[in-house]
Design a protein. Structure first.
Length: 114
């Protein structure tokens, strides 16, 4: 059972807590995508191809550092608009990240930044 009531004092918007938002979002996504996922899996198995699951990690930074410090350092911009931590090259030519994540920069070809 899904309860959309939160007794916590820290709400993200108009009395709807983060935990309840995630519960509702997860139920909605599971309901919309489960049927499609099962269809794709059945079609793949019918063709004799192995079905391979993929994982998704959502990094939601509410109140966290700005994107400029992580994924868009803007080092050619004026000082007040660019990253204060500097930039590091990634394993994709021409793409740089803020120097906060050196290990992530080595795996850039395996992720999508939206």
């Amino acid at each position: 059972m899904l309860t959309i009531q939160d007794r916590m004092l820290n709400h993200t918007c108009a009395g709807f807590g983060r935990r309840e938002f995630l519960k509702a979002g997860a139920l909605g996504m599971a309901g919309f995508s489960l049927q499609d996922l099962l269809k794709v899996k059945a079609a793949s198995l019918a063709q004799g191809k192995p079905f391979k699951n993929k994982s998704v990690v959502l990094l939601f930074l509410q109140g966290g550092p700005p994107h400029i410090e992580f994924f868009d350092p803007k080092m050619t911009a004026p000082a007040e608009y660019r990253s204060i931590t500097g930039e590091i090259p990634t394993n994709i030519p021409g793409v740089t990240f803020g120097s906060t994540f050196p290990k992530l920069a080595k795996m850039t070809d395996k992720l999508a930044v939206v």
